[in-house]
Design a protein around this ligand. Sequence first.
Ligand code: PGD
Length: 765
Amino acid sequence: MDQAADDWVPHSAHWGAFSARWNGATLDVTPYAGDPAPSPLLQNFSNAMRHKARILRPMVRKAWLDRRARSERTFDQKFVACPWDEVLDLLAGELSRIKTEHGGAAVYGGSYGWSSAGRFHHAQSQVHRFLNMAFGGYVRSVNSYSAGASAVILPHIMGGYEAISRHNVTWDQVAEHSDTVLAFGGMAVKNSDVASGGVSRHIERAAMQRAARRGAIFYNVAPLRDDMPEEAGGRWVPIKVGTDVALMLALAHTLLVENLWDSGFVARYCTGFEIFERYLLGRDDSIPKDAAWAANVVGLPATAIVDLARRLPRGRTLITVSHSLQRAQYGEQPVWMGAVLAAMLGQIGLPGGGYHYALGALGHTGRRPNAVPIPTLPQGKNGVADFIPVGRVADMLLHPGERFDYNGRAMRYPDIKLVYWAGGNPFHHHQDINRLRRAFNVPQTIVVHESAWTPMAKFADIVLPATMTLERDDIGAAATDPRLVAMRKAVDPIGEARDDFDIFADLSRRLGVEQAFTEGRSSRQWLTHLYEPTRRALLDAGWDAPDFEAFWRRGELELPSAPDDGGFLSAFRNDPVGKKLPTPSGKIEIYSKAIAGFGYDDCPPHPAWLPSTEPPDVRHPLTLIANQPATRLHSQLDFGAYSQSKKIAGREPVRLHPADASRRGIKNGDIVRLFNDRGACLAAATLSHDVMQGVVQLSTGAWYDPEVGAADRPLCVHGNPNVLTRDIGTSRLAQGCCGQVTVVECEKYQGTLPPIRAFDPPEQA
Ligand code: PGD
């Protein structure tokens, strides 16, 4: 029975802090009063709790139960409801069988995903802890779909990704000090609306507005005008998609030949400039990377490039590079070249200046870190050494035993028999979904914990219904947000849904290792236990340090922030010998001997212009930007009220320039078919001058909805762009995903419009 709720309870999600009240049918949501710009994504909760897409009870694929696992998995097969006791016995038996017959290295528990939760019930943390503590280990994944290339290149050239993206120039510094912000990939606030763990105050718009009012100029180098909020009053620099490195090189060339660069900074703080300089000036290939050369590549007049370069040394200049640029082939290069351009300007480590990778890419960038630790669930130790870069999951399943390169290592893909997923949706996040379908047909068993019938759940064999965050107590916190939230349960779990923790605790008992997983604690005892290090640190520093029960009653706790000190880059500037960078040379590496030693042709030892191997052509003349959505987080709550309110005829909107539309006879609101050799999807045309000509923009996150009965490469009738994207690594260095850009053609859809079935539960046997 639903909990009768007369009270508002505090809660928090990846899209912000809020209060919630269950009114018996839907959820009333009020954003945290201290948030100056709450995210509209919170409204997706209102109708989500009892939506038909929720999973009500444990279900098992009938074909798998019949042990006809070798018959292909499809999205149309039936499921059988199974009581909890039986399904957990079945799963414990299957886990034991796989371990006995094949060992832990046959289980892929990389289980990537952003499920919104507090610090304890985070599904990815729970599944990893279970597989470590109760199962003895599993094949893990490293890095992320967000920052696959940057997380690997940055430690070679400057320092750790976390430090550069989270403890660097702050929004306050931008507001007070920056004169020019040159933002490659823009700084769209739809991205900073979101932060894992949540942020209580969305400050980005206000900071950009303060800076702009002071006279700062923001340059939005992007194919989409709205990649920067209006508050920034930004100047749009629309360059051809994926050509940022060419523009950066030309800016660097102008700085060099006009002697506008800071040679003193480069000599003192960097290494390898002489080798890069030869490349920049074209000494070896006879191609100076000057403005005239870049003009054709990027689609800007050479004079505009030179003018922009001349502005950069005037005043305080910040170079930012967004996540999106590195989610593409050779994505390491813009991250590296952005840092080199900033180094040539000599302002790295100064307030509001220098280089900030990923400023605004998430809500926790550009803020001061907390001065005390936040609650963290220990993950245990993994007994299996094998791992893959996260974006290579389909390669691994399709090519067991095959060799691949990663960051200087020659590795082999493990042979996976069982896949265990909790808190993620690969049929949303992975590229080339038709290939992914083939890959997910390889393992013998797929287990998924989900709160909704996502395509990943529909493709699994054993599906266990998980609670959503509002159905359980938790602690909300992020390392750069000063508010700890007592996330109270607002509504009883739907159907037979259980917390991931309770599911894993019961499974552990069946495997005879319950104590190892639970450590004898209930959920509530875990919350108290995880809160303790925060309380102790507060107490030691002489701050308000209530005990857990007092915090819980209060509903929130303000945490102190560390000083706005610019992090390790500022320390390095002040003391380059005592506070060396964690790179091999201790300096900013403009040339990397380590990368040179790897001998990768797709990641040279200094930043370079490498054009995509799949440029637009006659058959696919349009470049598709498959970016983060503004109406939901990834694919989460795509059935939510806000996400649904922006669909057109139930389809995801695709934006295109009116000139491209008229050439194809497409009008506003028409259903169109986007296609290339990998696949096709439907979407609803929205004509816009905010999109460059030659570009179409379809956000990720519409649940994959394959047309009924179609065999090999079915049309996605809903609008998931990952049926079109390329499943290749960024390079042999990082092997990050390339989901951001691909080439397509677009035509008006002439057939009868197929129904949307994305949110329907599967048929029950
Ligand atoms: P989400 O939709 O957030 O996507 O990919 P990710 O898999 O993280 O999936 C989270 C899932 O967790 C949801 O299905 C939700 O229902 C489920 N869930 C929520 N709460 C719980 C819970 O308590 N327990 C359990 N068991 N499940 C729960 C995101 C990934 O996509 C990311 S981070 C990026 S940056 C990439 N971006 C792009 C891109 O820019 N372009 C393309 N083409 N592709 C991308 N894919 C990547």
